[in-house]
Design a protein. Sequence first.
Length: 102
Amino acid sequence: MWEEAAVGFSAMGSEARLKVLKTLVRAGQTGLTVGEIQSRTGIAPSTLAHHLRFLAAGGVVEQEKVGRSTINRACFDELRNLAQFILSECCVDEVGKVANDG
């Protein structure tokens, strides 16, 4: 899981990619075309294509060809896995300190 988490978090490792991902999260399961993402984020089309490829390679965005368009969606299961990974040991050391202080 460490390697998968590193790849997923790395894919989100820029302000622009986070903006794209947040836009896709807001859109829900319906997803958005590249043009819709571009109009909502203001990111240039060529740069946006690069960021979408990076996010897809990291497993946090999926792309589906529908006719002549590509629909982009956030991979909600993978995002939940990443959140669970980072929070799975939340505060475990703090609990030990409190128990030993009393």
